[in-house]
Design a protein around this ligand. Structure first.
Ligand code: SF4
Length: 152
C-alpha cells in the first residue's frame, strides 16, 4: 500500500491506462512498452495483461523523458544510474545475500531487473518494494546514497 496523502489520494495506486499515460506525456504507447521491457518502469498488470500506471509511475516517466530528451542520457545510462541505488543498504541485506546478488555486484541494471533466488528479495514484488517506489524522482538516487552513507 502506498502513502495516502491528506486528500486520500494514493500516489501508488494503479489508475491510468497506457494510452492515457502516452497522451499525458506526449509519447507513443510503443515507447512506454520499450521503457517497460528495458526495466525502467514496472507498471501494474491486470489479469487481462492491461497495464495501469500510478501517479508515481508518471513522475518516474517524466524524469526518464527529461533525462533522455534534455540531458541526452541513453536508456543504458539511466539503467546504470538505477543500478547505483544502494538497495542492499535499504533492505539491510546480509553479507551472504550481497555476495550472491547480481544487483550488488553488477552495475548495468537496476536491482529489480534481476531474478533473485534464495535471498531477501525472492518473495518481494518489486513494484511494491520501497527501493523501487522511492526512486521515482530524479534526485532520489543521490539522496539515498547520502542517507545510506551518512554514518561513514
Ligand atoms: S525486491 Fe526488487 S526492487 Fe526491492 S531491492 Fe529487491 S530486487 Fe530491488
Amino acid at each position: 500500500m502506498g502513502i495516502v496523502n491528506k486528500n486520500n489520494f494514493d500516489p501508488d495506486a494503479p489508475l491510468y491506462g497506457i494510452g492515457v499515460v502516452a497522451e499525458m506525456l506526449e509519447v507513443s504507447v510503443h515507447l512506454l512498452r520499450l521503457y517497460e521491457s528495458e526495466g525502467l518502469v514496472i507498471p501494474f498488470k491486470k489479469d487481462s495483461k492491461h497495464r495501469l500506471y500510478s501517479q508515481n509511475d508518471i513522475i518516474k516517466l517524466e524524469c526518464i523523458r527529461d533525462s533522455i530528451t534534455n540531458k541526452k542520457f541513453s536508456i543504458a545510462s539511466i539503467k546504470t544510474l538505477y543500478s547505483m541505488i544502494p538497495c542492499w543498504s535499504i533492505k539491510r541485506c546480509s553479507g551472504s545475500d550481497r555476495e550472491n546478488c547480481e544487483a550488488y555486484t553488477g552495475s548495468t541494471n537496476p536491482c529489480w531487473m534481476y531474478k533473485h533466488k534464495s535471498n531477501v528479495c525472492e518473495a518481494q514484488e518489486c513494484r511494491t518494494c520501497e527501493v523501487y517506489k522511492s526512486h521515482n524522482r530524479c534526485d532520489a538516487i543521490k539522496e539515498s546514497i547520502k542517507m545510506n552513507t551518512r554514518q561513514l
